[in-house]
Design a binder for this molecule. Structure first.
Ligand code: ZN
Length: 191
């Protein structure tokens, strides 16, 4: 294993490299001939003596570009929706601090969108992809598989039922439109 093959970021208990190749340094421990990280952080290797150490970081990186996440719409502005990122769809791993992400009106669907209010609403749960993770989180719901997976009725706040031609509220009969995610839906939604 060369230094470039050492993981860029590790969590406690994560394998870094073999003890025959590296010397365990601060932030690591050796077990059974293997070196593991004892911290959340970034491993570095001293080329002079092959000591590997992990410099701890205070915060776990939350998201990366390309991640697909569940997000709840908190506020609609004229040009963007402000959302709370709930978890990734893969691991359902939640994020500390409930990071905020935004969907710009140009990224909510393909083509021109005149108003966000026909695509998203406060309280909706989205599946969205991370376009940019730093310094602010920017999301897109434009691909067909992305968009709203759970919607609240804007009249009575009941859960809407997704039909062939949009959304129906079984409680009050209200009909609404959203940019819906197409395809199979997860059986368990984040709360
Ligand atoms: Zn309703």
């Amino acid at each position: 294993m060369t230094p470039s093959e050492v993981p860029k970021f590790v969590v406690p208990g994560e394998y870094i490299g073999a003890a025959e190749e590296f010397v365990p340094g601060p932030g690591t421990y050796e077990h059974g001939g293997r070196i593991f990280s004892s911290l959340v952080g970034i491993p570095t290797i001293d080329p002079s003596d092959r000591t590997v150490r992990v410099a701890g970081t205070n915060s776990v990186p939350t998201l990366s570009e390309g991640d697909v996440v569940y997000a709840r719409v908190d506020e609609l502005k004229s040009a963007m929706a402000i959302c709370t990122i709930l978890s990734t769809t893969e691991s359902r791993r939640g994020f500390p601090g409930e990071p905020e992400g935004t969907v710009h009106i140009s990224k909510v669907k393909d083509g021109y969108t005149e108003s966000l209010t026909t695509e998203l609403a406060v309280g909706d749960i989205l599946v969205a992809k991370v376009l940019q993770a730093h310094p602010s989180i920017k999301l897109t719901t434009a691909p067909s598989t992305l968009g709203v997976i759970s919607a609240r009725c804007q009249v009575c706040h009941g859960l809407m039922v997704i039909g062939d031609k949009g959304l129906n509220c079984p409680r009050c009969g209200n009909r609404e439109q959203r940019k819906l995610a197409q395809g199979p839906r997860p059986s368990v939604l984040p709360s």
